[in-house]
Design a protein around this ligand. Structure first.
Ligand SMILES: CC(C)(COP(=O)(O)OP(=O)(O)OC[C@H]1O[C@@H](n2cnc3c(N)ncnc32)[C@H](O)[C@@H]1OP(=O)(O)O)[C@@H](O)C(=O)NCCC(=O)NCCS
Length: 199
């Protein structure tokens, strides 16, 4: 059974990071890496416009205010300095929505996006662990999934380090900046997470 989350304000901590709710004042920090072509290399729409950043922030705020709450977009900040180094998302599928194709793939989707200066430090793996723990332990989900471009090797590696299983390879399924790309779908079930968490 899918729970109906009603979380007003969420704050998740990892050894080095704090994942907190996005505020309007984060717009500038978000812009600094969402406008970087290297960060958005595997994103369907590429670099995000000024309006796109404002929409992202508004969607985060609207998600926070909605009940039941299904959309969680967090700022990824350094515990020590508070600096914003990325953002991440957990979107719970609306089981009633016939239009939501994600309903077929699983209960909740996760994703993470970091500024280039923060790559290669293990942060995405910490973010992913925090999102899985939040999804399974607080939202009581049974299944969480993620997708990535098959060429996005760093993201593939993160998902595999997190214990997600590659469940599908969809060929030429995502339009990435004008070209059809292959994508992988990864998934993990709650009992698999429990096992992974104990290791
Ligand atoms: C994907 C991304 C989140 C990874 O963040 P990160 O903090 O560098 O990830 P981590 O340090 O936790 O782990 C990365 C792993 O990938 C490996 N890796 C990095 N680049 C790689 C490459 N080109 N090929 C193979 N492995 C690679 C690293 O060595 C590390 O594995 P290891 O711990 O076994 O050494 C980051 O690159 C990013 O934000 N990219 C842009 C946005 C994006 O693509 N998000 C994912 C959407 S699906």
């Amino acid at each position: 059974m899918i729970t109906e989350p009603t979380f007003d304000s969420v704050r998740l901590t990892t050894p080095r990071l704090v994942l907190r709710e996005i505020e309007e004042s984060d717009t500038g920090s978000l812009r600094s890496y969402w406008s970087d072509p290297e960060v958005t290399r595997y994103m369907p729409n590429g670099v995000v416009s000024e309006k796109g950043i404002r929409d992202l922030v508004q969607r985060a705020l609207a998600g926070r205010g909605s009940k039941p709450r299904r959309y969680f977009r967090f700022a990824v900040t350094l515990k020590e300095s508070g600096a914003l180094v990325g953002d991440c998302v957990c979107r719970v599928t609306d089981p009633e929505s016939r239009e939501d194709l994600a309903r077929i793939i699983g209960q909740a989707y996760i994703g993470y996006f970091l500024s280039k200066a923060s790559w290669g430090k293990g942060y995405a793996t910490e973010v992913g662990r925090a999102l899985l723990s939040f999804g399974f332990e607080q939202l009581k989900l049974l299944r969480i999934w993620a997708w990535c471009d098959t060429e996005n090797s760093a993201s593939v590696r993160v998902l595999e380090k997190l214990g997600l299983r590659r469940e599908a390879h969809f060929r030429k399924s995502v339009m990435v900046q004008g070209n059809w790309h292959d994508c992988f779908v990864y998934g993990i079930l709650r009992d698999e997470w429990d096992v992974a968490a104990e290791v």
